[in-house]
Design a protein around this ligand. Sequence first.
Ligand code: PLP
Length: 379
Amino acid sequence: MEKWRLLAPGPTPVPEEVLSVMSLPVIHHRAPKFKEILTKVAEDLKYVFQTKNDVVIFSASGTGAMEAAVANCFCKGDKVLVVRAGKFGERWGELVSVYGLNPIFVDVEWGKAVEVAQVKNELDKNSDLKGIFIQSSETSTGVKHPIKDIAALVKKNDNCLMIVDGITGVGVFSVETDNWGIDIHVSGSQKAFMLPPGLAFASVSEKALKFMEKSDLPKYYFDLKKERKNLLKGQNAYTPAVSLVVGLSKVLDMLKEEGLENIWKRHSLLSYATREAVKAIGLKLYAPDSPSESVTAVYAPEGIDGQDIVKIFRTNFKITIAGGQDRAKGKIFRLSHIGFFDKFDIITSIAALEMALKKLGYKFELGKGVSKALEILSE
Ligand SMILES: Cc1ncc(COP(=O)(O)O)c(C=O)c1O
């Protein structure tokens, strides 16, 4: 018997009732029934994104929506600021470079959040900046960036867009797209949206629409203007991932029923319990100062390779967690609490962690982490 558990920061577990609606016969994407579903989904997405503006849907992984943000809003040579505090900040840097923009980088030590003053400093020096690119939650390091304060720096500046990768932020903690002034807010289906990978989302502000009128960069599939126009008619420009959209409709019903405040509280509690439990085992957090509620990055103990912890989870316990990426590979491992996670998932992952560490010869009092998690989660 093999019982697999997906406790990774994406893809994340999919609820059974969502899996079951996705297994229904495929609806034709031009049929009235699909138009009805897509129209409802487009409306409900605004609730999760905290926006009155349209949230465009692409059949792609999250990076597709990131690419759309770059390709649709800018012109060749535009000067933009990219916050690089991990692998996904680096991705913004790669994307803007591929499209011929002119990036200035604010490089941040991995495991730390960017300081608002670092961004303000660059804005003061470069009055011609056309956009700021950042993550709300940098999944590779488990850091949460101060989006509200950074967005406030450009909210009233008609010449600069605030572009946020909220792939592990949307539906995890509050990021007020409209109130804070986020022009393009991106996310993906396989995170807090509790779906398989395959859908990417991008909210589009009025300010971003104006930038789009001027953009001279090439785009075809990831054309935000074209997709938005179609969405307003209950259509997609091309054949969408129909079954995922049907699943999304169910997910959005579930998210509305739980309510955003409760969803944020759940993620906050589960992430707090995870952090306290690993500390009780004697481990050090990789991002202690500004932790994201979606994923907890933890230093592997001295003399133990983080990848070995991940491997024991997979081979001995059939549990998928995440290791470190790039420069953090081997140094850290990452425990998830994004999406369809509850208290018992956290207790399972902490129990498995203790069992893995014991197997690897780490000296600690067995049960300390689980006991801490139980104490917090029983309240
Ligand atoms: C913060 C962040 N940005 C971007 C991505 C890339 O998304 P995808 O793999 O869906 O293209 C991820 C995926 O883990 C992510 O966590």
